[in-house]
Ligand binder design. Structure first.
Ligand code: 13P
Length: 330
């Protein structure tokens, strides 16, 4: 376990964070299509290369979460992506859940799939160079009616089984119970749901006697719902996010990373800065950093348009964004 703790801690190297480049084929297709970029396996490879092959990312990234397809692909430098990332001191990680499906007990809510053949897949991913893993559960807010306790608990149980398998395979687990931004809810409802969700996840992990010291939490920030008509200030987000985390996350975890979850690039950067500042003020016990997908990619995708001649300009805005997000850590 000592090795795992060290790997987990190295993801929190000062000024560095994680790029989530683990969109499934379905999500990557939708992401590219939303920028008018035609999609194919080769375009997805070029999309990955835009972000993973950019010179200088090692100054800001301690790790990258990959999708299984990318583990086996080569960048434009003709090296396998995990090999070239490792050579630059960036740890390759892998998304190991297989996505979500409606829960039979509550059809408006989702349960995450992927436990059945997980041990075999973990052995394979480790051989292919992965050092850490991610499992995403989804928690939807709808008034006081969702999430149901059953959905939160069932997802927490699967997260605990995932953590056990991953630690046994010698890999670091990131547990991601994402509380969605979509909805009309208030920021205080978001805070309460984050608190309950994380409280449930960590109590179920404890029941499963999981070693928490190598577990990384990936969480949403406490935000007013995207259809609430309310725009939170970074100070408000920081106040409620840190309060929820202090209430529900054991001090023993290796650290906490944030997802951007549909916030604009600027919001995700400014909110991270306020949260980092607040965490210092209250002497929060865990290191914090980012694990963003959309907030690190959007500006670059807008410029890239799937065209080789736009790669330098797209990479320049991506590097500039990485610098700003890194600076937000304080
Ligand atoms: P976003 O930062 O785009 O939310 O993606 C992070 C992630 O890994 C969601 O699972």
């Amino acid at each position: 376990m000592a090795d795992l703790i060290q790997i987990a801690r190295s993801l929190f190297a000062p000024g560095k964070g994680i790029l989530a480049a683990d969109e499934s084929v379905h999500s990557a297709t939708a992401r590219l299509a939303s920028h008018g970029i035609p999609t194919s396996e080769e375009m997805r490879r070029q999309y990955r290369d835009l972000f993973l092959g950019a010179p200088g990312i090692e100054q800001y990234l301690s790790g990258v979460i990959l999708f299984s397809e990318t583990l086996l692909e080569k960048g434009n430098d003709h090296k396998l992506f995990p090999t070239s990332l490792s050579a630059r001191g960036i740890l390759p990680g892998i998304k190991v859940d297989l996505g979500t499906e409606p829960m039979s007990a509550s059809l408006e809510e989702l349960i995450t799939q992927g436990l059945i053949d997980l041990p075999e897949r973990l052995v394979k991913y480790k051989k292919q160079g992965a050092a850490f893993t991610k499992w995403r559960a989804v928690v939807r807010i709808d008034g006081d009616h969702l999430p149901t306790a059953t959905a939160v608990h069932e997802n927490a149980k699967r997260l605990a089984s995932y953590v056990k398998e991953v630690q046994m395979a010698g890999l670091v687990p990131i547990v991601e119970p994402e509380v969605l931004l979509e909805g009309k809810h208030s920021r205080s409802r978001s805070r309460a749901v984050i608190e309950t969700t994380l409280g449930t996840v960590f109590s179920v992990l404890e029941e499963h006697a999981v070693d928490r010291a190598s577990v990384i939490l990936k969480t949403s920030m406490a935000l007013s719902g995207s259809e609430s008509g309310k725009k939170d200030t970074p100070a408000e987000v920081a106040e409620d996010t840190i309060a929820a985390l202090m209430q529900s996350v054991p001090r023993q975890v290796a650290g906490i990373v944030f997802l951007s979850g549909g916030q604009t690039t600027e919001q995700a950067t400014d909110n991270l800065a306020a949260i980092s500042q607040k965490a210092k003020e209250v002497h929060a016990p865990w290191p914090l950093t980012f694990s963003y997908a959309r907030a690190l990619q959007e500006e670059a995708l807008t410029l890239w348009k799937g065209k080789e001649e736009n790669v330098p300009a797209a990479r320049a805005v991506y590097l500039a964004r990485l610098a700003k997000v890194s600076a937000a850590l304080g």
